[in-house]
Design a protein around this ligand. Sequence first.
Ligand code: CO
Length: 219
Amino acid sequence: MTVQRDLFASNRAWAKTITTNDPDFFQKLSRQQRPEYLWIGCADSRVPANEIVGLLPGELFVHRNVANVVVHTDLNCLSVIQYAVEVLGIDQIIVTGHYGCGGVIAALEQRPLGLIDNWLRHIQDIHRRHEPLFVPLPDGAARANLLCELNVIEQVANVCQTTMVRDAWERGRPLTVRGWIYGLADGLLQDLAMQVTRGDDPNVIYRQAVAAAQLRNGC
Ligand code: CO
């Protein structure tokens, strides 16, 4: 009960701060949402989507799961993408990973954690696909950094392969999918040069982004 009381008090203070600046804020927002971006990120408590990019409620459509994975059979994630693109008309999708991602590290170390091991298999597949790149790296931290970056690049590629994104491009929509990574230690976002828009060849950009990650990580 104590926890609940504190959170409600905190919520009232937050709502008051917003309405002090804009008395009609919630009234306007309750009528419709027009977010410009779909954010696909990690569920990690240290990577709060809106705060990181300084956006208010209503400005960011968000899907988060462990290790920001986009799986072609995940109806949850696919529904979010479909609703964002086809109903809300969003034309900017951002996949944001982060360094020090517990899901990525667990996948790398093959540490058994229970049910979630099945989810993290997707990241182990990415590791296996790029295994030679990891060989020259000096330690676990360096390997984790590389896998966190490669995971973002692969998930952007997965978003690009969804029927919703391909259909949008076929219809001439200027939809862009991009990959960023967030630093827990400095609070900064970094562009991973994995940005695909209509007319681009996703495979070419994918190869360039992987090459850039190799260069950045010294492998
Ligand atoms: Co994470």
